[in-house]
Design a protein around this ligand. Structure first.
Ligand SMILES: [Zn+2]
Length: 452
């Protein structure tokens, strides 16, 4: 497969997937990912490929395609893409978010970046391996899953609970990473090897109801909730300099002054607060701190009634080593004398511990070799993401799981980050070609004779 000849297949596939509009609103029956899994089935339905569809509902099927290797003892590589996308408001966009238009070398639409570009290129690379009848000792599995955008309960998590054998693999590749970062010390390619955990919770703040005309008679739960929100937002813990962060900072080759700040738990906290590059600073902060963001407040009532209780939802993200007990301790400390007035309920299942895969792995080395073929002078950098992907479920099952991809120089890191779940999402055709080549190269390198 050549880069010149290949992109058309991924490009057309991304356009089709965007037009299907598998929008996941978070409602259990939304998504309709079966439409995407049926389309992808047509792409990978080739001699020698074993195909299955699984899912909790008829409209939420995930596709599993398997290209068995010649040696049952050889490792398995899973190419894991999700098919759902988040909603889009067309009035914000320059082009129809579900039009899948190809304009001047860019495909526009919801999911172009997150993550239909990866899912489509994985399908095409997998089909290419099958079509070429590449005889690999190891097995390649392509899995197009539903429901990543609402936590995987009808997708990756469900598959691992109900059909573990169909999807389990030694090595897993999924979304994020691989956007060229141009730094003074050369080009860097982030590989997501770790993710923060999430301890989402509902805080119910209690007071005493009364008539709104006589405020002193009541004990206003909304006023108390305002103080709770203020304290949560003002929480400023020290940084946590964990191993993945150390590895990232070392590989990025920052100048010595910045490196010293990024490895100092006190200095990094102050620096992140004031650094003018807000995107970079916020990311460094999130990767090294337990963060708390109060995001939803519900105080249903009446204008003339002092509310007796108020509910808020809080997004708490944890670092490697943090436990639920640690989170509870932090909340107790923040609430202090208000603690008796607040009930804390963690989402179920809403607790995901931070997960990480080792960097010293055969998959890492295959990624390095495959990336060097495109960007010979670039360096792969192990990174932690403040967000979550389906990789976390596979790490929980002991699979080495990374988030990667390979994007062209035209797609800057800031653009990439800004397009996630945002307006004017688009991907360039060149990047699609690079990724097709990447997935096939990694599969051959990792599962071939050289690495039994
Ligand atoms: Zn995604």
């Amino acid at each position: 497969m050549t880069v010149e000849a290949a992109p058309q297949a991924s490009t057309e596939l991304v356009q089709h997937l965007i037009r299907l509009g598998c929008v996941n609103t978070g409602q259990p029956d939304s998504g309709d990912e079966t439409k995407a899994s049926e389309l992808l089935r047509q792409v990978v339905d080739l001699p020698g490929v074993e195909l299955e569809s699984y899912g909790p509902l008829p409209n939420r099927q995930s596709l599993v395609a398997r290209l068995p290797g010649s040696d049952p003892m050889a490792p398995t590589l899973l190419l894991l893409g999700h098919t759902d996308v988040v909603p889009a408001d067309p009035t914000d966009w320059r082009h129809d978010p579900f039009g899948g238009e190809l304009i001047d070398g860019w495909v526009w639409g919801r999911g172009a970046i997150d993550m239909l570009c990866v899912t489509a290129s994985m399908a095409v690379a997998f089909a290419d391996l099958a079509r070429r009848r590449v005889a690999l000792p190891g097995t390649v599995v392509f899995c197009a899953v539903a429901d990543e955008e609402a936590g995987g309960k009808a997708g990756a998590d469900w598959l691992l609970r109900h059909h573990r054998d169909a999807v389990i693999a030694d090595h897993v590749l999924t979304e994020c990473g691989g956007t060229p970062l141009h730094t003074p010390s050369g080009m860097k390619l982030p590989v997501l090897v770790a993710e923060k955990g999430a301890a989402w919770c509902t805080l119910t703040v209690h007071g005493t109801a009364g008539h709104g005309s006589t405020p002193l008679i009541g004990d206003n739960a909304l006023v108390r909730a305002a103080e709770v929100v203020r304290r949560l937002a003002a929480y400023r813990p020290l940084g946590v300099i964990h191993d993945t962060w150390r590895g990232y900072v070392a590989a990025m080759q920052f100048d010595p002054e910045l490196e010293a700040i990024l490895l100092d738990p006190t200095a990094i906290t102050d620096w992140a607060e004031h650094h003018p590059d807000r995107g970079f600073a916020a990311d460094c902060h999130a990767c090294t701190h337990l963060t708390i963001s109060p995001n939803v407040l519900r105080a249903d009532g009446k204008t003339n009634t002092i509310p007796g209780s108020v509910e808020m939802e809080v997004d708490i993200r944890t670092l490697p080593g943090h436990t639920l007990d640690d989170v509870q301790r932090v909340l107790d400390e923040i609430l202090a004398e208000l603690r008796p007035f607040v009930d804390i309920e963690f989402f179920d299942p809403g607790w995901a511990t931070s997960t990480a895969s080792p960097v010293d792995s055969p998959l890492w080395r295959s990624i390095e070799r495959a990336s060097a073929a495109v960007y010979p002078d670039a360096r792969c950098v192990p990174a932690i993401t403040p967000g979550g992907t389906d990789a976390r479920f596979f790490r929980d099952h002991g699979c080495t799981s990374y988030g990667y991809g390979l994007f062209s120089r035209e797609l800057g890191y800031d653009d990439y980050v800004a397009m996630f779940h945002a307006k004017d999402e688009r991907v360039d055709v060149h990047s699609l070609g690079l990724m097709e080549q990447l997935w096939a190269d990694i599969a051959v390198d990792l599962l071939g004779e050289r690495h039994p």
